[in-house]
Design a protein around this ligand. Structure first.
Ligand code: MLT
Length: 258
């Protein structure tokens, strides 16, 4: 299995942070600043993103999850609280399928359990063709438009780092992630089995995942609650970093008091 670059900061119970597509681990910098005084924040770059090597051919999301587990094994980390945003959330479902005994708590942000509709899959094929023909730059503005609310797009210190992260991804990394996401299974039947404490977050203006979908997911899980983050689109942790970090930190701190 091809290795993943993993950024490892702080001390305390392990918190695994899984980034969105097509970004990298630096998406979590503001949460690391807020939480690494009391949590060990582990952030992989998915293949072809950030500092990670090229993806292995035909990687599925189960392979992404296996690569993450391999990095935890290398560090002797037995269990984690895991937080995944969007594609990161899809990898959380894959981790739950293969290694639920290692997961102490789940945070799902701006993600959903359902598999792709035919339209979404077609959109992925279109993007794959565009990056193959024209390079990564061809998708940058479209992705920024989809991922951020209008106010996020207007904030240059939010939007520009998103552009930078996308530009650091390779064509192969983008193609592999899109193919893996397109072939992922429906994780809805898994929701009832998630019996660890769970927090579900979503931006009020997320055009990819609706607050209603997230509330329905939370009610299908055993110990989950959901929060809607106002004035944020899909990338809630970047648009409202202080609120996101507070919700995440409060959730994790409460687990330590049990
Ligand atoms: C993401 O932000 O990771 C993407 O929106 C996930 C997807 O394309 O389904």
């Amino acid at each position: 299995m091809s290795r993943l670059a993993i950024h490892d900061t702080g001390e305390g119970p392990a918190l695994l942070l899984l980034h969105a597509f097509p970004l990298d681990a630096s998406q979590w910098d503001q949460q690391v600043a807020a939480l690494s005084d009391r949590y060990r924040c582990l952030r992989p770059d998915f293949w072809g993103c950030g500092s990670s090597p090229a993806p292995p051919p035909g990687a599925t999301l189960d392979d992404y999850a296996a690569a993450v587990l391999q990095e935890l094994d290398e560090r002797g980390i037995a269990d984690v609280a895991v937080c995944g945003l969007s594609m990161g959330g899809y990898v959380v479902f894959a981790l739950w399928r293969s290694a639920r005994q290692r997961i102490r708590a789940v945070v799902l942000a701006d993600t959903h359990a359902a598999a792709d509709t035919a339209d979404v899959r077609d959109g992925r094929l279109t993007m794959i063709e565009a990056v193959r023909r024209h390079g990564v730059e061809a998708i940058v503005e479209d992705m920024v438009e989809r991922a951020l609310s209008q106010s996020g797009r207007d904030e240059i210190h939010v939007a520009d780092p998103v552009r930078g992260r996308i530009r650091r991804c390779t064509v192969d990394g983008i193609v592999a992630a899109q193919e893996a996401m397109a072939s992922r299974p429906d994780s809805s039947p898994l929701l009832a089995s998630i019996d660890v404490p769970a927090l579900l977050l979503v931006g009020a203006d997320d055009t990819g995942t609706s607050p209603d979908d997230v509330r329905a997911m939370a009610s299908a899980m055993r110990h989950a609650r959901s929060e809607v983050i106002e004035c944020a689109g899909h990338l809630t942790n970047l648009e409202q970093p202080a609120q996101f970090s507070q919700l995440l930190g409060d959730f994790l701190d409460a687990l330590r008091r049990w």
